[in-house]
Design a protein around this ligand. Structure first.
Ligand code: IPM
Ligand code: MG
Length: 352
């Protein structure tokens, strides 16, 4: 039988994006060397790069390249050069999420034994939670929307169908984990949140093994630091998920280690770090490559069914962290390329 070649679309993005992507791809090459995992990379301009080349953060060829892919790897887009412009890199990202129907964004926070000592929070043993963030609706996309100096307008909308499908993703994920979902909202104030609660109450009986909690987003923000062990799967709206996932990223010591997966009903999934393009670090060989490398591992597991290769990457990353090789955001002194090389070496050593 001929071995299938997987098609991976690569969006290297802006500022530190290309350095992060280079690290991720080096690890992908190392872990697949000598295995039957074959792939081809297709790089496209996206975000600021797309604006620079033709004024569009999501060029038509880039969108077509994403649609054709088996999976998409994105590093990060945006930065000060594009702030305040009419066409922004962020618009490209939002359009891409919507065009591909990537409505479910999974953002895990796991404090492994190697990371626990690096956390600024004292009690982080056993933290293992996933934020399931709705990604293609809510206040990010609601109409009408109006820019203005005297008054501006954003609209938060959710339909029953949009709520039900993201809740299902969260409930099903909980069934593979610790059977606990926390639905995070602002139901004491927002109508959309009350719709979320009604739909959740209707769906919950279909998942009898799952314990359901409802919690306000402000209280959740506090609990994430006070007692993050209280959470297994958090399901929440687009804006709340954006905010809480950055907060949760403090627990493992840095945003720089956290990957994400954006999933749709059909078509390719997209894997990207949850953080931005680290403009202040660009070209200095300082950016943490782990979030990108973890995104590569997730792609292997989720899009290509290669849990074996993903586990090898996880193991190599934990070994390198435990050996004290990490970047400055985690309090270390290693460069991007040193961390990456150490992981590549650990993978090569495993294979021997
Ligand atoms: C994220 C980012 C994006 C978002 C920005 C870049 C538009 O913060 O993926 O969390 O708000 O969704
Ligand atoms: Mg964000």
């Amino acid at each position: 039988m001929e071995i299938q070649e997987h098609q991976i679309t690569v969006l290297a993005g802006d500022y530190s994006g290309p350095e992060m992507m280079k690290a991720g791809l080096a690890v992908l090459a190392a872990v697949s060397a000598g295995t039957d995992f074959k792939y081809r990379l297709h790089a496209y301009p996206f975000g600021g790069q797309g604006i620079d080349q033709g004024g569009d953060p999501l060029p038509a060829a880039t969108l077509a390249g994403c649609r054709q892919a088996d999976a998409i790897l994105l590093s990060a887009i945006g930065g000060p050069r594009y702030d305040g412009a009419t066409a922004t890199p962020e618009q490209g990202l939002l359009r891409l999420r919507q065009a591909l129907g990537l409505f479910a964004n999974l953002r895990p926070t796991q404090v492994t034994p190697a990371l626990a000592p690096l956390s600024p929070v004292k009690e982080v043993a056993d933290v293992d939670l996933v934020i399931v963030r709705e990604l293609t609706a809510g206040i990010y996309f609601g109409q009408p929307r109006q820019e203005g100096d005297q008054q501006a307008l954003d609209t938060a909308t959710y339909t029953r169908a949009e709520v039900a499908r993201i809740l299902r993703v969260g409930f099903e994920l909980a069934c593979q984990r610790r059977h606990h979902v926390t639905i995070v909202d602002k139901a004491n104030v927002l109508a959309t949140s009350r719709l979320w609660r009604r739909v959740a109450a209707e769906l919950a009986p279909q998942y009898p093994t799952v314990k359901v909690d409802y919690r306000y987003v402000d209280a959740t923000a506090m609990q994430l630091i006070n007692h993050p062990q209280a959470f297994d799967v958090i399901i929440t709206a687009n804006l709340f998920g954006d905010i809480l996932s950055d907060e949760a990223a403090v627990l493992p010591g840095s945003l720089g280690v956290i990957p994400s997966a954006s999933l749709g009903l059909t078509g390719p999934n997209l894997y990207e770090p949850i953080h931005g393009s680290a403009p202040d670090l660009v070209g200095q060989n300082k950016v943490n490559p782990l979030s990108m490398i973890n995104s590569v591992a997730w792609m292997l597991r989720q899009s290509f069914g290669r849990a074996d290769l993903a586990a090898r990457i996880d193991q190599a990353c934990q070994a390198v962290l435990a050996a004290g090789i990490y970047t400055a955001d985690l309090g270390g002194t290693a460069t991007t390329t040193e961390v990456t090389q150490a992981i590549v070496d650990a993978l090569t050593a495993q294979a021997e």
